[in-house]
Design a binder for this molecule. Structure first.
Ligand code: PFF
Length: 454
C-alpha cells in the first residue's frame, strides 16, 4: 500500500469533500424539476428510497475499494485485472471522468459568466423574452463561453494542483458550508414572494399517482449522478481516508447532506417559479433563462434584493460546480501521477489541456457544431447521456461485483466494520454484504439494460 499518500485531516474535511463532489449542478437544475414534474413529495420519498437501497451500498463498495488499496481509480482496478482486460478496463473507467469533467466545465463556465453579469447588475430588470434571447445567443456563440470554460477550468485545476490538504480540502471546507447558507438565504427570500406559498404547498403534497416505472428509473439515475458514483471520485477521495474513519458513516452523511441540499434547492426554486406563474423546466434553461427572469420579480419586494439575489444564486451555482469539478479533475490528475509517473504540476497541465479541448468541442456543439447529432443529441448531450446512463452504471456494477464476489471476505469485513470496532457496522454487516452480493448487481443490470433501450 502507498503510505506516502496524503490523507484528509479529519472527518469534517472528508465529509465536506464527499458532499462537495455530490452537491452540484444536478442538485440545482435537475432535482427541483424532477420533484415538480413527478408528484412533489412523492418523488422525494422515491428518490430517498433509491438513494438508500441502491446508491448508498454502491457508495460503500467504491469507497471500500479506494480506501483498501490506498490508490486511485486505474491503479485500484489494476490490482484486479491483468493483460488485455486491464487495458480495456482502463479505457472503460476513464471515459466517464474525462467526458463529465469536460462538459461539466462548460456549464461551470456559464455559471462563472452569469455570476460576473449578476455582480454587474445585468439581471436586475430583464423580461422573459430578453432572458430567453440572451441565453440563446450566449450559449450558441463561440468566444464568450469558451473563455468562461477556460477560466472555470483554470480555477478548478489550480485548486487541484495544490494537492489534497492545501488545495481540495481547504476549498471544500470553506465552500460547502457557504453553499448551505446561500441556499437558505435564497429560500427565505423566494418564499416571501407573492404567491410563493402555492409552490410550498405543492412541494409538501405527495402525489403517488405520478410515480411510474419511468419515474423510478429517472430517480435512480439522478441519485447516481448526484452522489457522483461510478466515476472514481468516491474511490479516489476514499484513498485519502484514514483507516480510523468509518466508511458507512461517511457514506450516510454524504447521502444526507446531498439529499438535504437537493430538497432545499427545490424549496428555493419551485416557490419562485410558482410566484412568477411560469412553467418549470429542467437543465440549462431553468438556471440560465427562467431564473434570471424570475429575479426581476424581487424588484417588487426591494430593488436591493433584485441585485443581491441573482448574485447569491449564481455564486452558489458556481461554488457547487467547482466543488464537483475538482473531484472529477482529481481522478484524472491522480491517474497521471500514479500510473504515468508525472509530477502533480505536470499532470495538472496535461489534464487541463485535454479537458479544455474536449470542453471546447462540447461548447461549440451548441453553436457552429450543432449540426453534428449523435443518437438525436448534440455532442454535449451525447456525452452527458452516455456517461450518466451507461458508464456510471456499468462502472458501479463492476465495483459492486468486485467487492461482492472477488475481494477476500475478511478484507471487506475489515474495511466496512473497522476490523469489528464499529458496533453499528458490525450489526448491519450481514444484511449489507448479502445486499451488495445479490441485490445491488441485479438492480444495476436492470437499470443498465433499461437505459440501453431508452
Ligand atoms: N454530483 C454532481 C452533481 O450533482 O452535479 C455531478 C458529478 C460530480 C457527477 C462528480 C459525477 C462526478 F464524478
Amino acid at each position: 500500500m502507498n503510505n506516502s499518500r496524503e490523507k484528509f485531516s479529519g472527518r469534517i474535511s472528508l465529509i465536506a469533500a464527499f458532499a462537495g463532489s455530490a452537491i452540484g449542478l444536478g442538485n440545482i437544475w435537475r432535482f427541483p424539476y424532477m420533484v415538480g414534474e413527478n408528484g412533489g413529495a412523492a418523488f422525494i420519498v422515491v428518490y430517498i428510497l433509491c438513494s438508500l437501497l441502491v446508491a448508498l451500498p454502491v457508495f460503500f463498495t467504491e469507497s471500500l475499494l479506494g480506501r483498501n488499496s490506498g490508490k486511485g481509480l486505474v491503479s485500484t482496478m489494476n490490482t484486479f485485472f491483468g493483460g488485455k482486460t486491464r487495458k480495456v478496463m482502463s479505457v472503460i473507467i476513464l471515459t466517464a471522468p474525462i467526458l463529465i469533467t469536460s462538459f461539466y466545465s462548460v456549464v461551470g463556465g456559464w455559471s462563472l459568466d452569469f455570476f460576473v453579469r449578476a455582480c454587474m447588475g445585468e439581471f436586475c430588470d430583464i423580461s422573459k423574452e430578453e432572458a430567453v434571447q440572451f441565453f440563446g445567443k450566449y450559449s450558441t456563440s463561440v468566444t464568450e463561453p469558451i473563455i468562461s470554460h477556460f477560466l472555470f477550468l483554470l480555477v478548478s485545476i489550480a485548486i487541484v494542483s495544490r494537492g489534497i490538504k492545501k488545495g481540495i480540502e481547504k476549498f471544500n471546507n470553506i465552500t460547502v458550508p457557504i453553499l448551505f447558507l446561500l441556499i437558505l438565504l435564497f429560500i427565505f427570500y423566494s418564499s416571501s414572494l407573492p404567491g410563493a406559498q402555492e409552490g410550498v404547498k405543492y412541494l409538501l403534497k405527495p402525489d403517488f399517482g405520478k410515480i411510474t416505472p419511468g419515474v423510478l428509473a429517472s430517480a435512480m439515475g439522478q441519485s447516481f449522478f448526484s452522489l457522483s458514483l461510478g466515476v472514481g471520485t468516491v474511490m479516489v477521495y476514499s484513498s485519502y481516508m484514514k483507516k480510523s474513519e468509518n466508511i458507512l458513516e461517511a457514506g450516510s452523511y454524504t447521502v444526507f447532506f446531498d439529499t438535504c441540499f437537493a430538497i432545499l434547492a427545490s424549496f428555493a426554486i419551485i416557490p419562485a417559479v410558482f410566484s412568477a406563474g411560469i412553467e418549470l423546466n429542467a437543465g440549462p434553461s431553468l438556471v440560465f433563462e427562467t431564473l434570471p427572469y424570475i429575479f426581476t420579480s424581487f424588484k417588487t419586494v426591494s430593488p436591493f434584493l433584485s441585485y443581491v439575489i441573482p448574485v447569491i444564486f449564481f455564486l452558489s451555482i458556481l461554488g457547487a460546480a467547482i466543488t464537483s469539478e475538482i473531484s472529477l479533475l482529481e481522478v484524472i490528475v491522480d491517474y497521471l501521477v500514479e500510473e504515468k509517473g508525472l509530477s502533480r504540476k505536470k499532470a495538472s497541465v496535461i489534464c487541463f489541456t485535454v479537458c479544455l479541448l474536449i470542453g471546447i468541442v462540447c461548447s461549440l456543439s451548441f453553436g457552429p457544431l450543432s449540426g453534428i447529432q449523435i443518437a438525436g443529441k448534440n455532442i454535449f448531450g451525447f456525452f452527458d447521456s452516455i456517461s450518466s446512463n451507461l458508464f456510471m452504471i456499468l462502472c458501479s456494477l463492476i465495483f459492486a461485483l468486485l467487492v461482492g464476489w472477488k475481494m477476500d471476505r475478511k478484507t471487506v469485513w475489515n474495511e466496512l466494520t473497522n476490523e469489528g470496532r464499529g458496533k453499528k457496522s458490525v450489526k448491519i454487516y450481514p444484511v449489507l454484504y448479502f445486499w451488495i452480493r445479490y441485490i445491488v448487481p441485479v438492480m444495476l443490470v436492470i437499470i443498465f439494460i433499461t437505459n440501453i433501450f431508452n
